[in-house]
Design a binder for this molecule. Structure first.
Ligand code: FAD
Ligand code: UDP
Length: 385
């Protein structure tokens, strides 16, 4: 094989490394077991309507990291889309993340910011936010028990199928709580969607004569020319697949959640009036419904009388499922440490990305950490400056 570097996985982590190495004149082979590049950020036009569908669930780009923002703008322009989410609880729709609008609607009140703060502080006093030990304690310490039970408890149980007292507090810290009527989901400096779609962006990153992409190629399939046995020790490898799979699960399996998506084309121009509607209650089996036309209100090519929706269901991943979210219980964290020890024995293999590090990473974080790995380790390793 004629390559200076093999990259396992063509998600944003793998492609960022590939693009940087190719720019330095290195020959890179990128393999992916799927039949397309882009990992979970991949999107495609729905065949019936032409509406861009995020095949693995809605992907919203946002970052406050200037280096990442500068880098991604080399490959795509962004629209001015700002993400907003609503949630249906007991048949009534509320704005998320929890803000003054949610609080006033829930308590049927007209509290000022100060009054709402005082009310929530009282309802949240069971737990101290600084010492909250798990998701339930953290959530209650931030928004109080009534709002927790309405909007978080059952949604989280559906999404994670793990008792909220066993989940890490950080999961919920991702959501802001605001005592004004701002219901932007993200608070980052830059936000938007790629003007001509995720796949166009992703393809531009891989568009170099120095990059060869091999799809439908599993790194653990020894019938393929590029596989673990053939490559490790011969060529440096960047591995962005699941870390436990790499070591043949020798330290036990790390728990992941996977998602099932049910796509439907409906004969209406607008189904729910917004991109993402969460369903907070246990009685509804799905966690949320995505309606893709609303991600690109600027596109006039979409049909006026049809829409594409996708219901999202969450469950534990088996070995043959796509691992999406690390569950990250205390047992998982202990296993991860054991895998990190094993990694240090793999001298020429660099573990990265969401699956390779068993970490929740947004796109900007995956890209940022790939740029760091490139600048701090790989560039010199491959003979760069
Ligand atoms: P991935 O995109 O998962 O890529 C890993 C690739 O490795 C995959 O293509 C996989 O097929 C391949 N692979 C695995 N094992 C093997 C093997 N044995 N052989 C060959 N190839 C292999 N981020 C945001 O910023 N905003 C969002 O709104 C957002 N929403 C998300 C929603 C969902 C449902 C999910 C799952 C993720 C979301 N993300 C979001 C995160 C985003 O998808 C990731 O940050 C980004 O895709 C990480 O890229 P990655 O390269 O680490 O991993
Ligand atoms: N969450 C919730 N109710 C909601 C939205 C989110 O309980 O309506 C919790 C849930 O535990 C989720 C976490 O907040 O895992 C983070 O939410 P986010 O929307 O960031 O999750 P993602 O989009 O990554 O699935």
């Amino acid at each position: 094989m004629n390559a200076d570097l093999v990259i396992v996985g063509s998600g944003f982590f793998g492609l960022t490394i590939a693009e940087r190495a190719a720019a330095l004149g290195r020959r890179v082979v990128v393999i992916d077991r799927r039949n397309h590049i882009g990992g979970n950020a991949y999107s495609s036009a729905d065949p019936e309507t032409g509406i861009e569908v995020h095949n693995y669930g809605a992907h919203l780009f946002h970052t406050s990291n200037p280096a990442v923002w500068e880098y991604v703008n080399r490959f795509t322009e962004f629209t001015n889309y700002q993400h907003k989410v609503y949630t249906n609880h007991n048949g009534v729709v509320y704005p998320l993340p929890v803000n003054l609008g949610t609080i006033n609607q829930f308590f049927q009140a007209a509290y000022s910011p100060g009054e709402a703060r005082a009310l929530i502080a009282e309802q949240a006093s069971e737990f101290d936010s600084k010492t909250a030990a798990n998701l339930e304690e953290k959530a209650i310490s931030l928004i109080g028990r009534p709002l927790y039970e309405a909007f978080i408890r059952d949604y989280t149980a559906k999404q994670w199928q793990t008792d909220p007292t066993e989940l890490a507090a950080e999961i919920i810290s991702r959501l802001p709580v605001r005592y004004n009527y701002d219901n932007r989901y993200f608070s980052d400096t830059w936000e938007g969607l790629p003007v001509d779609g995720y796949t166009a962006w992703i393809e531009r990153m891989a568009d170099s004569p120095n990059i060869e992409v091999r799809l439908d190629t599993d790194f653990f399939d020894e019938s393929q020319p590029v596989n673990k046995t053939a490559v490790v020790g011969q060529v440096p490898v960047v591995y962005t697949g699941p870390v436990d799979r790499y070591f043949d699960y020798s330290e036990g399996e790390l728990a992941w959640r996977t998602l099932d998506f049910e796509r439907e084309v409906l004969p209406v121009g607008d189904y729910q009036g917004t991109t993402v509607m969460n369903y907070a209650d246990a009685i509804i089996p799905y966690t949320r419904i995505h309606e893709f036309r609303h991600f690109h209100p600027e596109r006039d090519s979409y049909p006026a009388d049809k829409t594409v929706i996708m219901r999202e269901f969450s469950r534990f991943a088996g070995r043959d499922d796509e691992p999406y979210y690390p569950v990250n219980t205390a047992d998982d964290r202990a296993r991860l440490l054991a895998y990190r020890d094993l990694q240090s024995g793999e001298k020429d293999v660099f573990f990265g990305g969401r699956l390779g590090t068993y970490q929740y990473l947004d796109m900007h974080m995956a890209i940022g950490s790939a740029l760091s790995m490139w600048n701090n380790k790989l560039s010199a390793h491959l003979g760069g400056e």
